[in-house]
Design a protein around this ligand. Structure first.
Ligand code: BEZ
Length: 217
């Protein structure tokens, strides 16, 4: 595996880091939970402040799905600790998840989080900062989703939560989920399952086409 060229299905690389909740070794911290590792470009910036506030407000949703969440930027611990007070104040929330202080960029490099395109997304020395990366990692330490947003565009963390819901239900029931699916809605029976077998399992199977079959669970 080359640094920064992770693929879906790879094991998440392990690392040691300093965080706002103490030092961690990533895989020991994560244990056998689902986890979301996400980076932001820089502390005390407006879009990042709204994003981390949104992640904090979803705390009950992460907890109810047994998902551990951890943030990361190349800022120092001191910076993170001061900024968390601003996030809490301005976004009317409480940040309960740890944030990694990846000052030497070791984790950002390992996970391919550094900006390769935006000449303004750099520190005072001109070194690239992180972009808005998200990794969803399953209980077996397998990377199941990677997204990379540019610094200028805040993410939609409801969408990240929706993907976890999809992954969890697809793993459990061996199904797939259609466009814009939300938890509780009908799912898709994958083409690998014969219709006669699907009907035995799902008597209310809705066969729109031989390859397009919906069911409730
Ligand atoms: C922001 O969070 O507002 C931001 C950070 C880096 C580049 C652009 C925007």
């Amino acid at each position: 595996m080359t640094l920064g060229t992770l693929l879906l299905g790879d094991k998440c690389p392990n690392f040691k880091a300093q965080t706002t909740q103490g030092p961690i070794e990533f895989q020991s911290w994560k244990k056998d939970s689902w986890a979301i590792l996400f980076s932001h470009p820089e502390d005390f910036t407006p879009v990042c402040t709204t994003e981390l506030g949104a992640v904090a407000k979803l705390n009950k949703e992460w907890e109810s799905r047994a998902i551990k969440v951890i943030g990361l930027s190349c800022n120092t611990m001191e910076s993170h600790e001061k900024w968390i007070l601003d996030i809490n104040e301005t976004q009317n929330t409480i940040v309960k998840f740890p944030i990694i202080a990846d000052f030497d960029r070791s984790v950002a490099t390992l996970y391919g989080m550094l900006d390769g395109q935006d000449p303004t997304n750099v520190d005072k020395k001109g070194m690239p900062l992180t972009v808005r990366s998200v990794f969803i990692i399953d209980p077996n330490d397998t990377i199941r989703l990677m997204i990379t947003y540019p610094a200028s565009t805040g993410r939609n963390f409801d969408e990240i939560l929706r993907v976890v819901d999809s992954l969890q239900i697809c793993d459990l029931h061996k199904v797939a989920t259609p466009v814009n699916w939300k938890k509780g809605e009908e799912v898709i029976v994958p083409p690998t399952v014969k219709t006669e077998d699907a009907l035995k399992k799902y008597p209310k199977l809705n066969v729109v086409k031989p390859y397009l079959r919906y069911t409730s669970l």
